[in-house]
Design a protein around this ligand. Structure first.
Ligand SMILES: *Cc1c(COP(=O)(O)O)cnc(C)c1O
Length: 336
């Protein structure tokens, strides 16, 4: 095996194995490590017909002290169970989830990038309905897998800002009432606006609330965070925003650094008053956004290059905890 860790992007690479568990007759089996990256699935599986699927994404870091640590995996365990409840799938117990992460990472230890390359091991849990069903009903069999793949440092230089677009003719396909969850079915409808945005030169698309298009919700695959002119961290309060682990961590870190944190409705008009804006999520941590376009309106925010001082500081502190370069006052790192 000869991987150039510095050249890795965010793409699937086959590794030694994935781990696979099956839920049948009311219980999960003991799980097995499987080398073939294929699943033999029933043609009437509910995952295929009714989108009974949920996924997660977290990272494992080879830290400065040599330790191998997963970053807040219990948050992903809880969230995949929330997704399971929302789509009537068998829940994955937290201890099974943690055990699965440990087993699959240990089996693929040669694929964990070394410290100093900026690369890490991306861990992708997936829960799907594999039992056959012709009526619109929940399956009687579920498969839980975790695959792992090494991913590169997103920023090879410093943080670099992107443009975002708001489409008034696409709404997010998020279920109301119980909160946005990471269900596969929600993402199929996000692909077209995402592609149109990309083709127009916008790496990210921003959603307003579907009911009125008055308030900011979140970006296609990441949360919206902003810093006001007086240095307050603000992020939208909305039932259709995915509860991002990164946003949660950045809020805690911001408060720890003495910043004021507000989770509240953010009217579209407020965007132009912000000093800094970013998208946040596990894959990139922070993507500064310095321009937001909605129809003819172009809103410019923050510096032309790099990130603003508050977001840069949050990014530096957050990633230093991940790499074990700084103390972990919140106990976020879980040793494998
Ligand atoms: C995964 C995801 C995020 C980011 O969540 P993290 O837990 O921070 O990775 C934000 N929004 C959506 C829609 C997502 O799917």
């Amino acid at each position: 095996m000869n991987i150039d860790w510095s050249k890795l992007g965010f793409a699937y690479m086959q590794t030694k194995s994935h781990i696979r568990y099956v839920w049948k007759d009311g219980k999960w089996d003991g799980g097995e490590l499987v080398s073939e990256p294929y699943l033999n699935i029933h043609i009437a599986a509910t995952a295929l017909h009714y989108g009974q699927t949920a996924f997660e994404g977290l990272k494992v870091f080879r830290r400065k002290d040599g330790k191998l640590c997963a970053f807040r995996p219990e948050m992903n365990a809880r969230r995949i169970s929330a997704s399971a409840r929302r789509s009537c799938m068998a829940e994955v117990p937290e201890d099974l989830f943690m055990d699965a992460v440990r087993r699959v990472v240990k089996d693929n230890i040669d694929y964990v990038p070394p410290y100093g390359t900026g690369a890490s091991l991306y861990v992708r849990p997936l829960l799907i309905g594999t039992g056959p069903q012709i009526g619109v009903n929940a399956a009687n069999e579920y498969t839980f897998i975790i695959l792992v793949t090494p991913v590169g440092a997103y920023y090879k230089g410093g943080l670099s800002p992107v443009r975002a677009i708001i489409f008034d003719d696409f709404d997010r396909a998020a279920p109301n009432g119980t909160g946005m969850v990471k269900m596969g079915g929600n993402y199929g409808a996000a692909l077209l606006p995402h592609k149109i945005a990309h083709d127009k030169g916008f790496p990210v698309d921003l959603y307003l609330d579907a009911a009125e298009h008055k308030y900011v919700d979140e970006f296609g695959t990441s949360n919206f965070i902003a810093i006001t002119k007086d240095g307050t961290y603000v992020t939208p309060k909305s039932h259709s925003v995915l509860p991002s682990v990164t946003n949660d961590g950045l809020q805690k870190l911001a408060a720890h650094l003495g910043m004021k944190v507000e989770v509240r409705k953010i009217p579209f008009e407020e965007i132009e008053t912000f000093a800094e804006i970013a998208a946040c999520g596990t894959a990139v941590v922070i993507t500064p956004v310095n321009e937001i376009v909605r129809g003819d309106k172009v809103i410019k925010v923050g510096p032309r290059e790099g990130a603003g001082p508050y977001l840069q500081k949050l990014y530096d502190n957050y990633t230093a905890i991940q790499w074990g370069e700084a103390a972990d006052p919140f106990g976020w790192s879980v040793e494998i």
